[in-house]
Design a protein around this ligand. Structure first.
Ligand code: C2E
Ligand code: CA
Ligand code: CA
Length: 599
């Protein structure tokens, strides 16, 4: 500790005051102690001049004691604050008080090199030398750094560095308050990547993270500086567009965001394509509070997803009602998956010529304790839009494999066809998943058939081909469902390992009404035959329809004419009855009694 003139007397002088350490009158020990102190110690006289500093104060400020002693304490302050501080100091000397550490708020001192250090300052006072202020100055840079890091972590997403859900909530509240004052509108955009789960599952989480980083980068590049962008978690992002003059402004940005997201992603030398779905809610038109705005944007996004990939949608009031229903279906379907309520029913496929039952199609049935029976046409699209279809599809596959094994074990080897949704087909581990289900239940692979629709197989032809070839290698058969509704090219169809096509019931229904429909079905059958494919007609309800289909050369049929889909326990009885009685079909189709075979 050095002093400017007055220094050497100070320890002795202060020792006469109330708290002076007793040291047998030896000031050097006190000086040594002060220099050993980890905090800076700074003595300032009534005039605001620095009287003494210890070693810690020297290193904290970057000044030597000689440079400091005799100078105004204002040296530690930016020039703009010096006058105010001098007045503050005068006031302090008029009524000196103590201030412990931790009571000062956001204090900084300027170092010799011009940088500033955040400090905490405890103050004491002694009457020595006509009144001297004693400041204990603690460098709290480390604490502030830690605080800043903690604040960042609490308000930002660690992967992308974007603000997180909590911080976005703050921004949203702020925007609501500002817009309420200014009367301006703003838009809330919520977006979710399509099929991101497939990337995570197929390429691993590290790759998934890379994609998310790239997504964040692309989104940022397409937004203005004043827009807020946050990652809510997973593959969900949200954007706040302040000062929207009209809905089209939000629409333009939405289209731009989807455009940048839909460009291919490079991953391990592959090009990955996936889009995003985006929902928009407007303040104040749609809602005036944060929670409702978020919910509406979510509903709009959900609606966008239903319209297919890479779409955006605005919230609209009727959406609220329809969406509430769908969210309810989603919640209850999740319950059914966890606690029961789902079942597979089986509809026979009958060989037109022999009358044999070649196989059955597994159709999902759901009975909810409150909502009653819900048809798959209502809940499958909901499950597809929410991603629940993957868990649902896995349940269906597993249940079908168990049933195959049970029937085979009971001497009734029956081929079971299972419907696969587009999202399942995009799962890169689908083949392994099916292989596991088969081996878990001991079901022969050749008794399992997978039905994919033409449009599903066309959505990502390369991926579809890979998965279907993998399934074929297992011994599983593939049928192309709803044939005629998609627009497959013949060349592409030839590349798929498909053994059967199913003519959609929409073509079978009007079969007897116009010759144009009949010609179309006939053309489909001819096409299939040239490709060496087996043809199954769906939705056959009358003997006349069957007669015509038989004439056209269809191989098998499925429909209410023979049977609706029935619970598994009824299948054996149904087949026995069919065996015992003549088949309800046109003469051409009747070739002896129906028998169960495993074609
Ligand atoms: P789909 O694959 O085309 O299934 C055939 C649908 O036609 C079934 O309706 C069946 O009950 C119905 N059907 C059968 N014969 C006749 C008939 O003679 N006349 C008429 N009018 N209809 C007949 P369902 O069970 O309501 O299923 C509807 C759709 O739901 C299915 O169409 C399929 O796309 C989907 N689905 C059903 N189960 C599953 C499943 O386990 N997974 C997936 N991903 N989708 C499923
Ligand atoms: Ca089907
Ligand atoms: Ca079908």
């Amino acid at each position: 500790m050095r002093s400017a003139g007055l220094g050497p007397d100070l320890p002795a002088a202060s020792s006469s005051s109330e708290q002076a350490p007793r040291s047998g009158g030896d000031g050097s020990l006190i000086l040594a102690a002060m220099n050993a102190a980890p905090d800076g110690i700074l003595l300032v006289d009534r005039a605001g001049c620095i009287v003494m500093v210890n070693a810690a104060m020297e290193s904290l400020s970057g000044y030597s004691a000689d440079e400091l002693c005799g100078r105004s304490v204002g040296i530690f302050l930016p020039p703009a604050l010096r006058d105010a501080h001098a007045q503050h100091l005068e006031g302090y000397f008029r009524a000196p008080s103590r201030r412990p550490m931790g009571m000062g708020r956001d204090l900084w001192i300027m170092r010799k090199d011009g940088s500033s250090v955040p400090v905490d300052i405890a103050l004491g006072h002694t009457d020595a030398q006509g009144g001297t202020a004693v400041a204990f100055v603690r460098d709290i840079s480390e604490v502030r750094r830690l605080e800043a890091r903690m604040h960042f972590q609490a308000t930002h997403d660690t992967l992308t560095g974007l603000i997180n859900r909590w911080q976005f909530g703050q921004r949203l509240e702020q925007a609501i308050a500002e817009s309420a004052r200014s009367g301006q509108s703003f838009a809330l955009l919520l977006l979710d990547l399509d099929d991101f789960k497939a990337v995570n599952d197929g390429y691993g989480h590290a790759s998934g993270d890379q994609v998310l980083l790239e997504v964040a980068r692309r989104l940022k590049s397409a937004l203005r500086a004043g827009d807020a962008l946050a990652r809510l978690g997973g593959d969900e992002f949200t954007v706040l567009l302040p000062h929207i003059a009209q809905a089209q402004d939000a629409e333009q940005t939405a289209a731009k965001l989807l455009d940048v997201l839909c460009r291919p992603y490079q991953m391990h030398g592959f090009e990955l394509d996936f889009g995003a779905s985006l929902g928009i809610a407007l303040y104040p038109n749609d809602a005036q509070d944060a929670a409702t705005l978020m919910r509406y944007a979510d509903m709009a996004m959900y609606h966008a997803k239903e319209s297919g990939r890479a779409h955006y949608a605005f919230y609209a009031p009727p959406l609220g009602i329809r969406m509430a229903e769908k969210l309810q279906l989603h919640e209850r379907l999740k319950m059914a998956l966890a606690y029961g309520g789902l079942a597979l029913h089986y509809q026979p496929q009958v060989d037109v010529r022999s009358g044999c039952v070649h196989g059955v199609e597994a159709l999902l049935r759901w009975t909810d304790p409150q909502l009653g029976e819900i048809p798959p046409d209502r809940f499958v699209p909901v499950a597809e839009a929410t991603g629940l279809i993957l868990a649902l599809g896995a349940w269906v596959l597993d249940t079908a494999c168990r049933q195959i094994a049970a029937w085979a074990g009971a001497g009734m080897p029956l081929r079971v066809a299972v419907n696969l949704s587009a999202q399942q087909l995009r799962q890169t581990d689908l083949v392994e998943q099916i292989e596991r289900s088969l081996s878990l239940h001991g079901a022969p692979a050749d008794l399992l058939e997978i039905e994919v629709t033409e449009s599903e197989a066309m959505a990502d032809p390369e991926q579809a081909r890979r998965v279907l070839c993998g399934l074929q290698a297992l011994g599983v058969c593939i049928a192309l469902d709803d044939f005629g509704t998609g627009h497959s090219s013949l060349a592409y169809l030839k590349q798929l390992p498909v053994s059967r096509i199913k003519i959609d019931r929409e073509f079978v229904r009007p079969l007897l009404l116009t010759s144009a429909d009949a010609t179309l079905v006939q053309a489909i059958v001819v096409l299939a035959q040239t490709l060496g494919l087996h043809v199954v007609a769906e939705g056959v309800e009358s003997a006349e329809q069957l007669h015509l289909l038989t004439d056209f050369g269809c191989d098998a049929y499925q429909g209410w004419l023979f049977s609706r889909a029935v619970p598994p326990g009824h299948v054996a009885a149904l087949l026995q009855a069919a065996q015992a009685t003549a088949m309800p079909a046109g003469e051409g189709a009747l070739r002896g009694p129906a028998t169960v075979v495993s074609a």
